[in-house]
Design a protein around this ligand. Structure first.
Ligand SMILES: O=C(O)CCC(=O)CC(=O)O
Length: 261
């Protein structure tokens, strides 16, 4: 993951929000959130290893994502981490290993672990489809299977471009790391305030997968985005933005409360 800050991080009271995209997408997944959050926050939206403008380097693993994220977060201090699906796994793993650098976690449309058979099926089905048709056709098929409603034309174009222009090797390496990730043991180590977000019609990550996160991260709470599937931040950006900004504001207010009052 390469740091591509969309704003420079200055020494003021605005907190920093890092937005971690899902498998196959890139930092453009977050265009509505960047536009909304940057009024009151420093916003950083990196492209994960092998995605967007970040070339594939080495083997894609959860540990590698954590190291990449640490290089970025070390430059901008404690951050609010917002991750969707693959990005949610990255956020949870980072928060467990570097608690002092994480003001809060928002884990959207994500899971701690898939059953091994389901993980193998997902990797195999992506691999077969990509081998048969190539990444451009796979991008269209992925969006047909994943989006539950029409999104802005600009978002649709960005999604097709992000997935369609990835190399098959980078996509499949990231798919393996995502679907075979197991951050279950990390969850109990997360001490930052954590919000778990679902889309009310997510066809990719059912509630039972998300429930593990709620059950194991102490004090975590749930928010459901109405009229949204797996890519909830583009399917219902205004509701997603409301949920995220309200949670971050609450965490920031609490951390700024003078001690002893
Ligand atoms: O391709 C799928 O089956 C869903 C993708 C997924 O769950 C991982 C992600 O969106 O990051």
């Amino acid at each position: 993951m390469t740091a591509q800050p969309t704003v420079s991080v200055a020494a003021d009271r605005r907190s920093t929000v890092v937005l971690l995209h899902s498998l196959g997408t890139d930092s453009r997944l977050w265009r509505h959130q960047v536009a909304h959050l940057e009024h009151n926050h420093h916003v950083v939206a990196p492209d994960s290893n092998g995605h967007g403008r970040t070339p594939l380097t080495g083997t894609v693993t959860v540990g590698g994502w954590v190291d990449d994220l640490h290089r970025l977060v070390s430059t901008c201090g404690p951050v609010h981490l917002v991750g969707l699906s693959m990005g949610g796994i990255q956020a949870l793993a980072y928060a467990a290993t570097h608690p002092g650098n994480v003001s809060s976690v928002i884990a959207a449309n994500t899971f701690a672990r898939l059953p091994r058979e389901a993980a193998a099926d997902r990797v195999q089905s992506a691999s077969t489809a990509i081998e048969a048709t190539g990444m451009a056709a796979y991008a269209t098929r992925y969006l047909e299977e994943t989006l539950t409603r029409r999104v802005d034309d600009a978002d649709y174009t960005n999604l097709v471009s992000a997935i369609g222009s990835m190399s098959a090797a980078a996509y499949l390496a990231s798919a393996k790391a995502t679907f075979f990730a197991d951050v279950t043991a990390d969850l109990a180590a997360i001490t930052s305030p954590t919000l778990v977000v679902i889309g009310d019609s997510d066809l990719k990550v059912p509630m039972e997968r998300t429930q593990t996160i709620l059950d194991n991260v102490a004090g975590s709470t749930l928010a459901s985005i109405p009229a949204a599937g797996h890519l909830s931040c583009v399917e219902n950006p205004s509701s997603f933005n409301d949920v995220v900004t309200e949670f971050i504001a609450r965490v920031d207010d609490t951390s700024r409360e003078p001690v002893g009052r």
